[in-house]
Design a protein around this ligand. Structure first.
Ligand code: SAM
Length: 245
């Protein structure tokens, strides 16, 4: 099971990983507040739908990858009496997550550890399900991270990935880009005090291989019965798949 030590991400992407890690450490104190504000509360709804995907597996052991401040980990544990291990490489995000776990008195169900998605400090075939909300587009080696999730899932284990995407409708796309590129970075900068974090967000969404392209990555990593569905006009997408038996 996990050690609390951060294992190194692959050296060729180490710079990128450490920039992202520093950024999340810097925005951590304002992260939850900004999430609610900038998504006008939709982030909670999207996470709830993503957790619904794991509901049939209640009472099991789950991985919440890129757990951040542990919203998904807590919802899973509270709703389904499941046990959850949350992994994230930002110590500051985890600190806030641990405070929430303690406040909810969920220390026996939710354990949080520092670690990198590309090199999970976990033994193979451990989890019944794995979920990651808004984490995947940040991974410096997405293919490797997904292969790692496949490795740590038990046979028949389910993966659920929630990530931002682009609406198909051209008017909504225009509105979305206007908001993402002009409004969100300004509010994000003022509230978080971080120069780039909320300009990085639209950049990282733009670079993320969404829809069929990400479904392909899941299949190439060994997942079967891969599906995806768009939420809220395609602003976010939920991807699911199963490790073969
Ligand atoms: C946008 S936040 C999402 C947090 C949480 N899942 C949520 O729903 O609010 C992205 C998180 O991914 C983490 N992260 C990014 N790249 C990572 C990596 N390679 N390994 C582990 N954690 C990573 C960041 O530290 C951050 O906490």
């Amino acid at each position: 099971m996990p050690s609390s030590q951060l294992k190194p991400v692959f050296s060729f992407k180490a710079d990128q990983a450490s920039r992202i890690q520093d950024m999340f450490n810097a925005v951590a104190p304002r992260y939850d507040f900004l999430n609610r504000l900038l998504s006008v509360g939709f982030d909670k709804y999207w996470r709830t739908i993503a957790v619904d995907e794991l509901e049939p597996l209640a009472n099991r052991l789950f991985l919440d990858l890129a757990t951040g401040t542990a919203d998904i980990a807590l919802e899973l544990a509270l709703r389904d009496q499941s046990h959850v291990i949350g992994i994230d490489f930002s110590g500051k995000m985890l600190e806030l997550g641990k405070n929430k776990v303690n406040t909810n008195n969920m220390q026996s169900s939710v354990k949080l550890f520092q670690g990198a998605a590309e090199n999970l400090p976990i033994k193979s075939n451990s989890f019944d399900g794995a979920i990651s909300a808004f984490g995947a587009r940040n991974f410096s080696d997405i293919n490797h991270a997904i292969t790692e999730v496949h490795r740590v899932l038990k046979p028949k284990g389910k993966i659920v990935i929630l990530e931002f995407s682009f609406p198909k409708n051209s008017f909504l796309q225009w509105l979305y880009c206007l908001y993402f590129e002009k409004v969100l970075p300004v509010i994000g900068r003022c509230v978080s005090g971080h120069k780039n974090a909320y300009s990085y967000l639209p950049d990282s969404v733009g670079k993320f291989p969404n829809g069929k392209a990400f479904a392909c990555i899941l299949k190439e990593s060994g997942f079967e019965s891969v599906e995806f569905k768009e939420l809220t006009f395609g602003i976010t997408t939920i991807y699911t798949g199963f490790k073969n038996a």
